[in-house]
Write a protein that binds this ligand. Structure first.
Ligand SMILES: [Zn+2]
Length: 203
């Protein structure tokens, strides 16, 4: 995979400087397996063959956003390239917006709060209700009921455990996803089934 990426980076530069070059026809290109012209790979529509780069078959593609770029055939077929880069940028922007909605705060704030976890005074989302203590947790604009407890301390403990699972889990998964740096969308959903929190994630 690394090889293809290097090839495509080089090829991208090549396209920008020599965009008027009309490459050989498909028949003359020894390494080609099939004509990909007109085929779609995510947002990339294959327009025409391009000159081989370092012995690798390459194609001129137009992205739905209007950018034209060169991509190696292997990069297209193996799914490494699904846009000119605009898809990745959009996903990141979506995540940014999502982050600011967790419990009406942002991921950086959640991280900072970890260091204050032992402080049980003034805990949010633990309410006295008919002589008992009710705990809940917010995630992506939704509020999940955790449970009702006889003592404040029990409710706080339950809330801390839910934070560890949901908030800390989200932060951890988010950073892992960032490091992967591919076009895969980031999925981290929470649901409550039979009184238990269940996390759906692709990280
Ligand atoms: Zn694009």
């Amino acid at each position: 995979m690394q090889v293809y990426k290097i090839c495509c980076d080089l090829f991208l530069q090549f396209i920008i400087t020599c965009s008027e070059t009309v490459p050989d026809t498909t028949a003359q290109r020894g390494s080609i397996k099939e004509d990909l012209t007109g085929q779609r790979f995510g947002r990339l529509l294959v327009k025409r063959p391009a000159e081989n780069q370092r012995g690798r078959t390459c194609w001129v593609c137009r992205c739905d956003c209007g950018n034209e770029l060169g991509v190696s055939e292997a990069g297209l077929i193996h799914g490494n390239y699904k846009s000119c880069g605009c898809l990745k940028a959009e996903i990141r922007q979506n995540i940014k917006n999502q982050l600011h909605r967790i419990d009406d705060t942002c991921v950086e704030w959640l991280e900072k709060r970890k260091h204050r976890s032992n402080n049980t005074s003034g805990f949010r989302r633990v309410y006295l209700n008919h002589g008992k203590f009710r705990a809940s947790i917010g995630f992506k604009k939704k509020r999940f009921y955790i449970g009702t407890y006889n003592t404040f301390e029990e409710a706080v403990q339950a809330r801390l455990e839910a934070e560890k699972l949901i908030h800390d889990g989200f932060v951890k998964a988010y950073y892992t996803w960032q490091e992967q740096g591919d076009d895969t969308p980031f999925i981290f959903e929470v649901e409550k089934v039979d009184g238990w929190f269940r996390i759906h994630t692709n990280i």
